[in-house]
Design a protein around this ligand. Structure first.
Ligand SMILES: NC(=O)c1ccc[n+]([C@@H]2O[C@H](COP(=O)([O-])OP(=O)(O)OC[C@H]3O[C@@H](n4cnc5c(N)ncnc54)[C@H](OP(=O)(O)O)[C@@H]3O)[C@@H](O)[C@H]2O)c1
Length: 289
């Protein structure tokens, strides 16, 4: 059986869909979720739904019984993640899981991003566990930008401190396809994949693409990190969130989200989704809302 944690989240759901599209029998897929009631639609389609709360180790060990391959989708609770992931790794050991696949972050071992520390520490725990593993170091999601398209169009600007840095963003669906390929494929054990989209772009290029397709003026306003934080706080964001967002841009400015390995396109066996397609889809969503 193949289990996916966080299967009611954006990425986890896409992995389940991809596995089903590849012909994996629904009963062979375990949606390991914090709230089984949120996965009622998956259960109705024959997917095995089990409770797997990262904060409740007992649920994890039970959920992983009979599981050969497990995808640990990194927890969304920044600051609590290492403890969550440690619980999953220990439960996977106790349940005798044959392969642990983990969604990490691009260049987790060397990245200066605040977010990288918990991923780096999780990777170390996985190696120490002795479990056969695959590390999927996911780069940035294109949806980090297209998800706020309505606001971008309203403001006519993207504000940031990423400078001329380029981001190899890819869609969640692309990363999900890579995870499904590893979960159903052979010969990946022990690999660390650096995953990112084929065509990196700067924030100015992103703004220009949104402007081109929407017919609305959208510019990129670059600013120093401190001003970026102050601007975001001025928009009403808590200081800690503003600092985290500015930290993302600092990493972009230093090319820590520029991934040129080609691992993602090789794993999915096709080019990654172009930015233009992702922007077109987001504009359609905004216009139909
Ligand atoms: N590369 C990037 O650009 C990027 C961007 C954002 C996030 N991420 C990382 O990638 C992960 C997946 O992304 P996503 O878009 O799918 O995020 P998401 O939609 O927020 O999904 C996160 C999942 O984690 C689950 N979760 C949180 N706390 C849990 C707990 N205590 N026990 C069990 N499950 C728990 C959530 O469960 P519920 O469904 O019950 O809420 C949800 O299913 C995120 O969690 C984050 O670590 C990466």
């Amino acid at each position: 059986m193949i289990a996916i944690t966080g299967a009611t989240g954006h990425l986890g759901r896409l992995v389940v869909e991809d596995l089903l599209d590849r012909g994996v029998a629904p009963s062979e897929i375990v949606a390991a979720v914090r709230s089984p009631e949120k996965a009622a639609d998956l259960a109705a389609r024959g997917v095995t739904v089990r409770e797997a709360d990262y904060t409740k180790p007992g649920t994890l060990e039970t959920a992983f019984q009979g599981v050969d391959r497990l995808l640990l989708v990194s927890s969304s609770e920044v600051g609590q993640r290492l403890g969550h992931h440690a619980n999953v790794i220990e439960a996977a050991q106790r349940a005798g899981v044959g392969l642990l696949v983990y969604t990490s972050l691009a260049f987790a071992d060397t990245s200066p991003m605040m977010l990288a520390a918990e991923h780096k520490a999780t990777e170390a725990l996985i190696r120490e566990s002795g479990l056969p593993f695959v590390i999927l170091r996911n780069g940035w999601y294109t949806e980090n930008y297209t998800g706020s398209l309505a606001q971008t169009l309203q403001n006519g600007a993207i504000v940031g401190s990423a400078g001329e840095g380029r981001v190899s963003a890819a869609t969640r669906a692309d990363y999900a396809a890579a995870a499904a390929a590893v979960l159903t494929g052979e010969g990946h054990e022990g690999s660390v994949y650096e995953l990112g989209g084929d065509d990196p772009f700067t924030m100015a290029e992103l703004a220009a693409e949104i402007a081109r397709q929407s017919g609305t003026e959208v510019v990129y306003r670059d600013m120093p990190t401190e001003e970026h934080v102050r601007t975001l706080v001025g928009f009403g964001l808590p200081e800690s969130v503003a600092a985290l967002l500015a930290d993302f841009d600092a990493a972009i400015a230093q090319d820590y989200l520029l991934v040129e390995s080609g691992d993602l396109r090789r794993l999915i066996g096709r080019p990654t989704t172009p930015l233009a397609d992702a922007v077109a889809e987001a504009i359609e969503t905004v216009e139909s809302a």
